[in-house]
Ligand binder design. Sequence first.
Ligand code: AMO
Length: 393
Amino acid sequence: MFQVLRDSRGTTQVVYDKGRLGSLDPVKGTTLQSYVWVRGRVARSKSRNFPYEIRADDYRIVAKARHPLPLDPSGSIPASLDVRLDNRPLDLRNPLVAAIFRIRAKFLEIARRILSEEGFMEVQTPKIISSATEGGADLFEMNYFGRKAFLAQSPQLYKEQLTMSMERVFEIASYYRAERFNTARHLNEFTSVDVEAAMYDKFDVMDLLEDLVVRSTEELSERGGDDFSILDSEPPKAKRGFPVMRYGEALEVLNGRGLKLPFGEDLGGEALRILSEEYGGYYFVIDWPMDSKPFYIQPSGDGLSESFDLMYGALELASGGQRIHERKLLEEMLRAKGLDPSGFSDHLKFYEWGMPPHSGWGFGADRYLMMAVGATNIRETVLYPRDPVRLKP
Ligand code: AMO
């Protein structure tokens, strides 16, 4: 008898012989996806699929799997994404699914190493916080021993504060947004790679981001080669010199293509689709209107800001910019955004202790991975995704 067994590293063929095992009954009684233990000799195989095989001397069922199972991880019977996510631990026995998460782990490992080499220190900031960082509308509220607290939307204010002592910091963590978007690129819990650096301006951090994307994509293609071949895909090439377009130029391009947008309007689905046709892969959109950016972004005059988004086609991968580092201006911007500076007094006082000019960005890791593995849904790249409907498992 033959069996194909898999473990976390791959698959192999096992050959059972009545003479060596005594009885084939335990093998015959094994249900699909059971966890088994085999001892045997490795030998060359005549099989077309396996160069080697294991000739078993001993065989035990460690944990028998129920039959039928809610899904077939060999992939021969397709299952919907919902069924797969409901039964994720079993889904992860599918080599295609496992490959995505090995690629994810490698990417985060590479990003960590590159940022450390660039002189950035890894930090962990609180995820239970007392006030909004990105504007108040999309915060998850919680009861903190009778007081109101929130789940962090981003490490924004903390990473800025840390530049006055550590100068260059990064954080890779989960953040929470109570947005009701139920799209293929939004989650309510997502992973972001965030950096913040003293004495960097907008272009310095754009350069850092481009360098990180180019180098990590290159290394990921190499070191994740086996996993990408399981998926039969390759991450799209990233070459230095991403095109840079001003927000105002984007409006002109759109106008030329028949889409008239008033100045200040955010670039939505149709606009991004047109821009992605013009630019293809990676590109930056810089100098956004102040109205479309959060209060901490440095204004640059004419209603514009020292900000940027990194796009891949129509997908926003990152956003960032230079920050305000003067208390008075920050208070003014808070008021301009309809926020009360007294609610930010704990944060504002740091601006009187020698706060250097600083810039940074937040890079959506799940979105990058979605693009890198060629997935059409962000949920494919997250073990246990959370969206407005899904809170389990
Ligand atoms: P922003 O809100 O643009 O900026 O978020 C940064 C990046 O995080 C990813 N992202 C998401 N991914 C999946 N689901 C979501 N709901 C979601 N929301 C955001 C995106 C996005 O580009 N503090 C600033 C960053 C900074 O200026 O440093 C911020 O949070 O890829």
